[in-house]
Design a protein around this ligand. Sequence first.
Ligand code: DGP
Length: 113
Amino acid sequence: MADCIFCKIVDGSIPSKKVYEDDKILAFYDLEPQAPVHVLVVPKQHICCANEINESNAEIVAYIFTKIPEITKKLGLDNGYRIVNNCGEDGCQSVKHLHFHILGGKKLNGAMC
Ligand code: DGP
């Protein structure tokens, strides 16, 4: 998607601090961290949001979740972490490319919203 920030991060035209990359996904540090460790994991293919996950693209979501233990181990999040996905207007999704926030590095607030 030409005007998608995360597609540009994936293709390298916007720089990012990468944590993990393979042919299907990229993990990189969030520009506006909300925890001592705040990383985003995105599929390289453009999927707008959680609402656009379907039978033909769900495999990439499962793949991301199989890689999260490896990514969080690399980040030193041995004591736990939180995975957040914001979807749509009410979910306050600001970048319309599916992404999972990994937050950790301290005992997080228990509030969900
Ligand atoms: P969300 O609100 O769930 O759509 O989160 C989008 C996140 O993306 C937000 O925490 C800030 C981050 N972000 C936005 N633009 C950039 C960027 O150009 N680089 C990086 N590393 N993160 C960005």
